[in-house]
Design a protein around this ligand. Structure first.
Ligand code: 2BH
Ligand code: MN
Ligand code: MN
Ligand code: MN
Length: 314
């Protein structure tokens, strides 16, 4: 396994400062060393630098659209390059508007992908349905072929084209979905395992059904977009839009172990960790270390234990 890490210190898809600090915070928590210790070849591509577009007035209510567009264009190029280098891509956010560039760049390199979106939120508002104007609640509407007719012209987004079909998307962990988002998901028959289904089925069944559904026609590379707020805020409070009743640490990790063993994991986003949103240092530590453990699970860490293939007893 080889991983190419891209830091995307970006916050303009929402309004709470701090989420741009997460890439370095995750590295400082030992992410790279632990990946190497579990047998991963690691290439750190560093942090992208993003330009702040001046006078970035709201467009149809959406905030910082030009800045978000320019950032995602850069991210798309970076993810494409990492994939072309032959690595599994790991994108460290930053807010969830980054999924626009991450998934766009991924499909530009490998073709159509299956998207597993782990989140308390559907992030599928269009610019016109959003109540907040925050683009981190909209990325899926930019990406889906089926919603293109519902997008107004968006400055600094002419570089991108839709690249995900609603049939190739599965949500896990939903519990805070806006009415317009719910309508869109029913209209497009998007597969979703909200927290009710997680309770009813258990995570093992959820993951089996997720993969059966995604592989109904063909097995495609998997793009896992992991919003840390999918996990219950008692475990990961340092995030911008916490919602009670979330995934346990164990359920969150199970998702990563399951997807790792499919051998199809091709890119992973870890987004919305916001070190400034923890009330205590322990809040931040718990959030960051959970995010690190989730990422390690995506790259082969197993709770049963691991040992190097060439290990021999002394
Ligand atoms: N649905 C809300 C919440 C968005 C949440 C975004 B997040 O999932 O990326 O944290 C909105 O549209 O502003
Ligand atoms: Mn390389
Ligand atoms: Mn999200
Ligand atoms: Mn969320």
């Amino acid at each position: 396994r080889s991983v190419g890490i891209i830091g995307a210190p970006f916050s303009k898809g929402q309004s709470k400062d701090g989420v741009e600090c997460a890439p370095n915070k995750l590295r400082a928590a030992g992410l790279l060393d632990r990946l190497q210790q579990q047998g991963c070849a690691v290439k750190d591509y560093g942090n992208l630098t993003f330009e702040n577009v001046a006078l970035d007035e709201p467009v149809n209510g959406s905030k910082s659209v030009r800045t978000v567009g320019s950032a995602n264009q850069r991210l798309s190029e970076a993810v494409k390059a990492v994939k072309r280098d032959g690595h599994t891509a790991m994108i460290l956010g930053g807010d969830h508007s980054l999924a626009i560039g991450s998934i766009h760049g991924h499909t530009a390199a490998v073709g159509p992908v299956s998207v597993v979106w782990v989140d308390a939120h559907a992030d599928i508002n269009t610019p016109l349905t959003s109540n907040t104007g925050n683009v981190h609640g909209q990325p899926m509407s930019y990406l889906l072929y089926e919603l293109q007719s519902k997008l107004p012209p968006l400055p600094n987004f002419s570089w991108m084209k839709p690249c995900v079909s609603s049939r190739d998307l599965v949500y896990i962990g939903l519990r805070d979905v806006d009415p317009a988002e719910h309508y869109i998901m029913k209209l497009l028959a998007v597969k979703a395992f909200c927290m009710t289904q997680v309770d009813q089925l258990g995570m093992a069944r959820v993951m089996e059904e997720t993969c059966d559904y995604l592989w109904d026609r063909a097995k495609k590379p998997i793009h896992l977009s992991y919003d840390i707020d999918a996990i219950d805020p008692s475990i990961t409070p340092a995030t911008g839009t916490p919602a009670v009743g979330g995934l346990t640490y164990r359920e969150g990790v199970y998702i990563t172990e399951y997807l790792y063993q499919t051998g199809l994991l091709s890119a992973v986003d870890m987004v919305e960790v916001n070190p400034l949103r923890g009330r205590t240092e322990d809040d931040v530590r718990s959030t960051v270390s959970t995010a690190v453990d989730l990422l390690l699970g995506c790259f082969g860490r197993r709770r049963e234990g691991n040992h190097p293939p060439d290990y021999s007893l002394p």
